[in-house]
Design a protein around this ligand. Structure first.
Ligand code: KG4
Ligand code: ZN
Length: 336
């Protein structure tokens, strides 16, 4: 193995086309993210067919830009890593096909990466000294789970959502309030000015370490509709504040409880919703109060990006897992 192992990583699982160059899983030389948010905003959410077509037009330039930003050429690259699931099939197909083409043309190894392992690895880029074991709270548009990470490639789910992911519920609450897409940052911005807490659902103690967000979302939709029918004003800021607070409280409380029960010393936050200010602040505070170290990814590694795939790809490769060939196919419903 070379001293400085350079991975060119590609991520295209949803609506971001991204390419990065990462050295030894820890040092990011470039991380280009071309977002399609502007394109999907007018539809109120990601339109899969539109997303895959836009990946096709963007990917070549994004890869070339990532290389030039890193001051490298294709010959300097040691391996290609790519997200092969979970995600939108058409979107994944673009990244996987491109990566396979590169791997073949350059005669370099191909590494298949699970998108969620990528989100976790965003923290290895943020904290050079962070190593497993730890408890990870994964919160994204498609996933919500508390996971034991005992080694770079050993992940075990302790609790997860039984219905909607937390990011998805942020997006749905934003939609019913007419805030637009993506909803998370918009709900969060309005929540800052909310004052009155509305209890939309009671805590469900039967869930254990699992989560359920669809009840909160439905209660909010019904509340908004009943106010609309009565011709009353919608207290958007209070609704956003109440939804955000109740979701964050539950995520934080269960993560701390799991960490103490299993006697872990570190908590790691991962996924798009880890950009949420209240979640970052509350999880850090509660961890500190309980004598647990808390790792929060840098903003640029929260939402989808290829650098995190380059880091996860490195740890898969050096441990002999995820090594793929030209038969690699995307898996839209890949689990952990
Ligand atoms: O990880 P990600 O970029 O894509 C998936 O793998 O799903 O996560 C996107 C999700 C969206 O649901 C978005 O609304 C949410 O992350 N999100 C946020 C914030 N920023 C992004 N949710 C709450 N607060 C935020 N600041
Ligand atoms: Zn993601």
């Amino acid at each position: 193995m070379k001293k400085d192992f350079k991975i060119l990583a590609i991520e295209s699982s949803c609506d971001e086309t991204s390419c990065a160059v990462v050295v030894n899983g820890r040092i990011c030389l470039s991380n280009i993210v071309s977002s399609q948010i502007d394109i999907h905003t007018r539809f109120g959410g990601v339109v899969p067919e539109v997303a895959s077509r836009n990946h096709i037009t963007a990917i070549d330039n994004v890869v070339k830009l990532a290389l030039s930003k890193a001051s490298l050429t294709f010959n300097d690259i040691d391996a290609i890593a790519v997200t092969y699931g979970a995600g939108l099939i058409g979107s994944l197909l673009v990244g996987v096909s491109y990566a396979k083409g590169l791997s073949y043309a350059l005669n370099k190894p191909l590494i298949a990466v699970n998108h969620i392992y990528g989100h976790i690895a965003g923290n290895y880029l943020t904290y050079q000294d962070l190593t497993p074991p730890f408890i990870c709270l994964v919160v994204s548009g498609g996933h919500t789970a508390i996971i034991r990470v005992d080694d770079y490639n050993h992940h075990e789910i302790i609790g997860e959502t039984l219905d909607d992911a937390v990011g998805e519920s942020f997006d749905k609450v934003a939609r019913v309030l007419g805030l637009g897409y993506p909803g998370g940052p918009k709900v969060s911005a309005l929540a800052e000015n909310g004052k009155n807490f509305i209890e939309f659902t009671k805590p469900n103690h039967e869930l254990g370490y699992n989560f359920s967000f669809s009840g909160k979302k439905t209660a909010i939709i019904n509340y908004v509709h009943s106010l609309e029918q009565a011709g009353k004003q919608i207290p958007k800021e209070d609704i956003c504040y109440s939804f955000e607070k109740s979701a964050v409280d539950e995520l934080v409380e269960k993560t701390i409880r799991v960490t103490k029960q299993y006697n872990y010393k570190k908590i790691v936050l991962a996924g798009g919703v880890s950009a949420n200010k209240r979640l970052r602040a509350d999880l850090s505070k509660k961890a500190r109060e309980n004598g647990i170290e808390c790792y929060i990814p840098k903003m640029e590694y929260c939402t989808d990006n290829a650098a995190m795939i380059g880091s996860a790809g490195y740890y898969a490769y050096i441990n002999g897992v995820g090594i793929a060939d030209l038969t690699l196919a995307p898996n839209p419903s890949l689990s952990l």
